[in-house]
Design a protein around this ligand. Structure first.
Ligand code: ADP
Length: 304
């Protein structure tokens, strides 16, 4: 699997304060990577460093395998598009004129693609309306169009749904999915709304106090959200043998703990096991919510 972005112990210090502290992220080609962390966790700092707007005080990173200290880093950055904090839009201009400006800025020779780009972000019908009169969601979509002007295959969006109304959030979500699925753009999206990110992300990086405390694919995360039975056992090998034979999805956690996934009727399940002399010391059910998982990960505190 090709890695688009990899950071290696990135650190950013402001005086004695570490806004980033050994931050390690890995983004695979084709991913929608949700960078999740509460306000102040270091998301924007990380993104600014990747985009070359700030230098790390320590650590390194690669984009498309090119080291940040290499002379070629400027070239690979041309394959990226980004919106950091607020999109850079000329309020007095129409959507189309904004894109014309951006095309000139990044040196796209033909303006032919502009109408398609406006269509892609759902702004075809904005005509003479000045961008300053757009809704926040429309501004955000224009910002994305601007970031797409150089036809990037890696797009970075810093908190793109902040402040949007529910309709605006849906439109951005659908646009992100379309860019990823149809245009095959790898996307890094930061947010402090885990619930919202969970509707689109294929991978997550949980950032807390400047460090990535967990990276997980959405598949693995969803598995964790599944209902599971937690078994405390003394004869673990015998249980594992039974689960293997009966194609039961399980995970060995430690010498005496096994998780069993799937929708089992608890008493029936225990009964079946006991027929084989498999008696657990303890069995209980657990269903974790996304929120819970996150809170446990960051050790409590506000998710805001
Ligand atoms: P996030 O995007 O996750 O909300 P930021 O990356 O903006 O977090 O900020 C991370 C931390 O670094 C915050 O505590 C913030 O106050 C601090 N910080 C950001 N920029 C500066 C700066 N220029 N000088 C000092 N501290 C900063």
């Amino acid at each position: 699997m090709e890695i688009i972005l990899e950071t290696d112990n990135l650190e950013k210090k402001y005086k004695d304060f570490k806004a980033l502290n050994h931050a390690n992220i890995h983004i695979e080609k084709g991913a929608i990577y949700g960078l999740i962390g509460k306000n102040g966790a270091g998301k924007t700092t990380l993104i600014r460093i990747i985009c070359g707007l700030q230098e790390p005080t320590n650590g390194r990173f690669t984009i498309y395998g090119v080291d940040n200290n290499s002379n070629n880093i400027t070239d690979v950055r041309k394959r990226m598009g980004a919106i950091i904090e607020t999109p850079s839009i000329y309020g007095e201009m129409t959507a189309k004129d904004n894109l014309i400006e951006q095309y000139k800025l990044v040196g796209v020779p033909s303006l032919d693609g502009i109408d398609d780009l406006l269509k892609l972000v759902g702004l075809s019908n904005t005509g003479k309306k000045k961008a300053k009169n757009f809704s926040l969601g429309m501004k955000q979509r224009l910002g994305i169009a601007i970031a797409l002007a150089n036809n990037p295959d890696f797009l970075i969006l810093d908190e793109p749904i902040n402040g949007l109304d529910p309709q605006g959030i849906i439109e951005i979500r659908e646009l992100i999915l379309k860019l990823n699925k149809e245009k095959r753009i790898t996307i890094l999206i930061s947010s402090h709304y885990l619930d919202e990110l969970s509707k689109i992300a294929t991978h997550y990086g949980f950032l807390d106090n400047g460090s990535i405390i967990k990276e997980i694919s959405s598949e693995e995360l969803m598995k964790k959200m599944e209902r599971k039975l937690i078994l405390k056992v003394t004869n673990e090998i015998a249980f594992v043998k039974y689960f293997e034979e009966h194609k039961i999805s399980y995970e060995v956690i430690d010498d005496s703990t096994i998780y069993v996934y799937g929708k089992y009727n608890l008493s029936k399940f225990i009964n079946e096991l006991s027929k084989k002399n498999l008696i657990a010391d303890e069995v209980h059910e657990q269903k974790e919510s996304l929120e819970n998982y996150y809170m446990n990960l960051i050790g409590g505190g506000s998710n805001d």
